[in-house]
Design a protein around this ligand. Structure first.
Ligand code: ADP
Ligand code: ASP
Ligand code: MG
Length: 415
């Protein structure tokens, strides 16, 4: 007997037929005498639809009411899955975030503070299955909250940690974590294992197969996470059918395959801000970033350069696209005080990153990246690195070309 969390994403829950299929997968685990908590997403497209309705209702909506609206998608699918399981003779019931409770703080991108496992323990002791809506929680005051887009993965890992699950299985529409988004590179290769650290970088750099916070939490609480596909033929669903499938996200020293680069990620979610003609003296960058910090704008990549013959510098940095207009206005409003000559904004940029723990001990990874991009005529605008990743900012029009070129340059393709 094992304790497992099974999480099903939006495409897996899209409609009664799919939900029935999911119910079969759940039933199979229950028949194997496992203690199961199921975490579900809203049907594919539903959360987008609900967010859009909020926007139409008022351009400046209250985050509390936004949460009331968008949390409803998961309420529907959890109820439908419980009904379907009951119809198959399985002892299942849904438990909303407030019923467990999943205690959170804040609205719209709420943080999980804790999950009480008492209800789950009772359900398991009675031989039942708990179906839990992902993405939602409750505040101290009893208000419904949501965890930010893609947050059902985080619910799943948090529930797994709370109930001390043996594993957390994330069922989605691909059969694991790939060397890059298989939608862009059909020859991308599935990884059998990936370390928490690499997965964390890949997720935060754009690989949306797992939500970043869910990986952070899995790493902190040492929850073994497995990513696998719910799209299997009914005849494949036999006892133990998941053995060896998907991708296991685990500790680095458990990863058997040695590789320098594990994956390539891309993101079009950032915009570039350029400040031209900044005074070259102490305190100037601090003045720029203090204003951004006060406005709660998260800066990612930064580069500053000084022309040989001048006493001024140019600075470029990236911010989330949704904050780009605000940042531009903030800089314009402070132009005289900061003392730059001109500010520009460019939304047509993409960040391409290569990730791999092998970079720690191998030279030449950056060279391979820059040479591969040069070979395709792609100009690098900004570079940033960490111990296990290198990111470059390029013209968004070259995103797919660059991802494919890098994927090939590091020999990541299927053979
Ligand atoms: P779900 O609705 O199940 O949560 P998501 O759409 O959030 O599913 O995540 C799955 C998608 O992530 C895949 O369809 C795939 O296109 C995308 N993806 C991006 N990068 C990767 C990667 N490196 N490996 C696998 N899938 C990836
Ligand atoms: N339904 C939510 C979203 O689309 C949460 C999730 O599916 O993870 O963002
Ligand atoms: Mg997702």
């Amino acid at each position: 007997m094992a304790r497992i969390v099974m999480k099903f994403g939006g495409t897996s829950m899209a409609g009664i037929e799919r939900i029935r299929h999911v119910a079969n997968l759940v039933k199979r685990e229950a028949e194997a005498r496992n203690q199961v908590a199921v975490v579900v997403s809203a049907m594919a497209g539903e959360t987008d639809r609900l967010v859009q309705l909020c926007r139409e209702a008022a351009s400046l909506y209250d985050p509390r009411e936004y949460d009331v609206v968008v949390a409803s998608g998961e309420q529907v699918t959890s109820g439908l899955l419980a009904i379907t399981l009951q119809g198959m003779g399985v002892n299942a019931r849904s438990y909303m975030g407030w019923q467990l409770p999943i205690r959170t703080s804040g609205h719209a991108a709420a943080l999980i503070e804790g999950i009480d496992a008492a209800v789950l323990e009772r359900v398991f002791s009675e031989g039942g299955i708990a179906v839990i809506p992902g993405f939602q929680g409750v505040t101290e005051a009893g208000d419904v909250t949501t965890l930010g887009r893609g947050g059902s993965d985080t619910t799943a890992v948090a529930v797994a940690a709370a109930m001390k699950a043996d594993r957390c299985d994330i069922y989605t529409d691909v059969d694991g974590v790939y060397t890059t988004d298989p939608r862009i590179v059909p020859r991308a290769r599935k990884l059998d294992q990936v370390s928490y650290e690499e997965m964390l970088e890949l997720a935060s750099l754009g690989a949306k197969v797992l939500n970043t916070r869910s990986v952070e939490l899995a790493m902190a609480r040492k929850v073994p996470v497995r990513v696998l596909s719910s799209f299997v033929q009914p005849e494949e669903i036999k006892p133990g059918w998941t053995e060896g499938r998907g991708t296991l996200v685990c500790e680095e020293d458990e990863v058997v395959e040695q590789r320098i680069v594990s994956g390539v990620a891309y993101s079009r979610d950032e915009a570039k801000i350029t400040l031209l003609g900044l005074p070259y003296k102490p305190g100037v960058p601090a003045g720029v970033f203090r204003r951004l910090a006060e406005a709660n704008v998260n800066v990612d990549m930064i580069v500053q350069s000084r022309a040989r013959t001048s006493d001024s510098v140019n600075m470029e940095f990236t911010v989330p696209k949704r904050d780009a207009q605000r940042t531009l206005e903030l800089m314009q409003a402070n132009q005289a005080e900061i003392g730059f000559e001109e500010v520009r904004r460019d939304d047509e940029v993409a960040k391409i990153s290569v990730v791999g723990v092998g970079m720690r001990s191998h030279a030449g990874v950056a060279e391979t990246m820059f040479a591969a991009l040069a070979d395709k005529g792609v100009t690098i605008q900004v570079i940033s690195t960490s111990e296990i990743k290198i990111s470059v900012l390029i013209d968004a029009a070259y995103t797919e070309l660059a991802v494919r070129a890098l994927h090939a340059a590091y020999g990541l393709e299927q053979v």
